[in-house]
Design a protein around this ligand. Structure first.
Ligand SMILES: CC(C)(COP(=O)(O)OP(=O)(O)OC[C@H]1O[C@@H](n2cnc3c(N)ncnc32)[C@H](O)[C@@H]1OP(=O)(O)O)[C@@H](O)C(=O)NCCC(=O)NCCS
Length: 226
């Protein structure tokens, strides 16, 4: 339901930019669209040598001082796609579900990646905040990694795989052996990053959206990969 006004705004922006082909695809997609995502899982008991990024990074919890660098440019100077990505993450931040980690560029202290690691202790808040049925209820030994983001200027440095590999390991402090994450089938950059940080597909999530996103149906299918 929440998506309808945003969808209208997007459609108006596409028209204003004279992107008629994109507008037509978007309009058709509002009547019926199917999206497929993979659930990927890492078993922390399987040893992994974390990949190295091209720049020196260290992982820590997000702090207030990181927010201007990450969020101040949302309203201006970002493409529509990046703005939508960042608005999603700002809403996640406002929901205050612990814990958001950042990778810090060790050369200047700037945040160059962020992502949430959420344990089963947060099940009620996860299910209340995210769209219904988008994530399974976490088992006692499972944590969820979501909403990865590398600011555009830092992309292509292998930061996602290096940072995600290390953030996933923090799940052990939540008593979890497994870490899961969900990635849209066509998000190749993210799928590559997940693979390099030790994640393998184990679930498929198919989502059907009808009539301006008013009706949504989601189902999971096991992929039979451990
Ligand atoms: C996904 C994302 C986090 C990757 O960040 P990153 O730190 O740049 O990741 P990496 O440097 O490890 O690059 C990932 C790989 O994807 C590749 N890649 C990037 N865009 C691509 C595209 N459109 N198609 C195919 N491959 C792509 C990169 O070249 C790189 O591969 P390579 O190392 O073999 O050259 C970043 O693109 C991002 O923030 N995207 C927007 C938000 C998002 O999609 N988050 C993930 C939600 S599941």
């Amino acid at each position: 339901m929440k998506m309808a006004p945003n969808a209208v705004n997007v459609a108006l922006e596409l028209l204003a930019e004279r992107r008629y082909g994109d507008f037509a695809r978007r309009a058709l997609g509002l009547l019926y669209e199917q999206r497929v995502a993979y659930g990927l899982r890492r078993d922390l008991e399987i040893p992994l040598v974390p990949p190295q990024a091209k720049i020196p990074i260290r992982i820590r919890e997000m702090q207030d001082k990181d927010l201007p660098a990450l969020f101040d440019g949302i309203e201006s100077g970002m493409s529509r796609k990046e703005r939508v990505e960042m608005l999603t993450r700002r809403a996640h931040l406002e929901a205050a579900i612990p814990t958001c980690y950042v990778a810090e560029d060790e050369r200047n202290g700037a945040p160059c990646y962020f992502q949430w690691l959420m344990g089963p202790q947060q099940n009620a808040r996860i299910q209340a905040f995210f769209p219904p049925g988008i994530f399974p209820v976490l088992r006692a030994d499972e944590a969820l990694l979501e909403n990865a983001y590398t600011p555009v200027a830092y992309r292509g440095n292998g930061i996602m795989s290096a940072a995600m590999a290390l953030i996933a390991e923090r799940a052990a402090t939540l008593g979890c052996r497994y870490v899961i994450t969900f990635v849209e089938k066509d998000n190749i950059a993210s799928l590559k990053g997940c693979k390099r940080s030790g994640f393998a597909p184990y679930l498929e999530r198919a989502e059907s959206r009808f009539l301006f996103n008013l009706i949504r149906r989601r189902r999971f299918r096991a992929l039979g990969v451990s």
